[in-house]
Design a protein around this ligand. Structure first.
Ligand SMILES: *[C@@H]1O[C@H](CO)[C@@H](O)[C@H](O)[C@H]1NC(C)=O
Ligand SMILES: *[C@@H]1O[C@H](CO)[C@@H](O)[C@H](O)[C@H]1NC(C)=O
Length: 239
């Protein structure tokens, strides 16, 4: 046995997985299934919550909670930095549709989740007509965040790779909680400002959401890529 193969074998035994082994909660569909899309929809709906817990043996990080770290909202009018950002709720996602074309290697995954971003915030600047500043704890509660990921895939050395993807998203609503606005000194102004922010969620999210939600989507794609790298395509999709 080559030393490298031996080391890999020992590593895999220690980690409790064998190369090529499919996580038990993934029920692969068959390429020749006339209802392939529906089969994959169901498979993702079933496997998703467990996948979102992460698979340490395969180096797949949890998607719920998802640690996003620092998110910098770069806006000329508003300095806003979120730190220790944690996203929860993805695990309870609902698959709206999944479409795959095995001939062209294109797929579209459309899902919805109620998601909360929690972070420490530091903010100084202007939101619409209001001067706003503070630092404390922030929660952004998003109702029905709908994410659509269109990706290309090809098979390289027996594994799916995703050379590119495009995403877009929309939401039904976002609401905010910011503690310690204005240093906690002017409670009335803080309350008025918070009410205003909740009401103007749509405009505010146009500024705040791209860096955070793009990051969330990127992380989902990265963890899926790790799964594709660890499990052969032929096991993820049967002939
Ligand atoms: C999100 O929450 C709303 C109610 O707050 C509910 O109607 C909706 O079904 C939830 N969406 C998902 C994807 O669970
Ligand atoms: C804004 O929305 C959040 C979440 O629903 C709620 O907790 C908070 O009380 C609202 N703030 C105001 C001032 O309405």
């Amino acid at each position: 046995m080559h030393a490298q193969v031996y080391i890999l074998a020992v590593f895999c035994l220690a980690a409790g997985v064998f190369p090529g082994n499919l996580p038990p909660f993934i029920h692969p569909c068959s390429k020749s299934d006339p209802n392939l899309n529906q089969c994959v929809e169901k498979a993702i709906q079933v496997a998703g919550p467990l996948f979102a817990d992460g698979i340490p043996e395969l180096g797949i990080a949890p998607l719920d909670p998802m640690k996003l770290g620092t998110v910098d909202v770069e806006n000329p009018a508003l300095n806003l930095v979120f730190t220790d950002t944690v996203v929860t709720g993805l695990k309870d996602f609902r698959v709206n549709s999944y479409k795959i074309n095995t001939e062209t290697g294109k797929a579209v995954f459309d899902f919805t989740a109620n998601v909360t971003l929690s972070a420490k915030y530091n903010m100084d600047g202007r939101v619409l007509i209001l001067d706003i500043r503070g630092n404390g704890q922030a929660d952004i509660i998003i109702t029905n965040l709908n994410i659509v990921i269109k990706y290309d895939y090809e098979t390289k050395d027996g594994h799916w790779v995703v050379p590119k993807y495009k995403d877009n998203y929309k939401m039904d609503k976002a609401q905010f909680r910011f503690t310690n606005l204005f240093g906690g000194k002017n409670k009335e102004l803080a309350a008025t400002t918070l009410a205003f922010i909740n009401e103007s969620w749509e405009i505010i999210m146009q500024d705040i959401s791209p860096p955070s939600i793009k990051n969330i989507i990127k992380r989902c794609v990265e963890e899926a890529k790790k799964l594709f790298a660890a499990v052969p395509a032929a096991e993820l999709m049967l002939p």
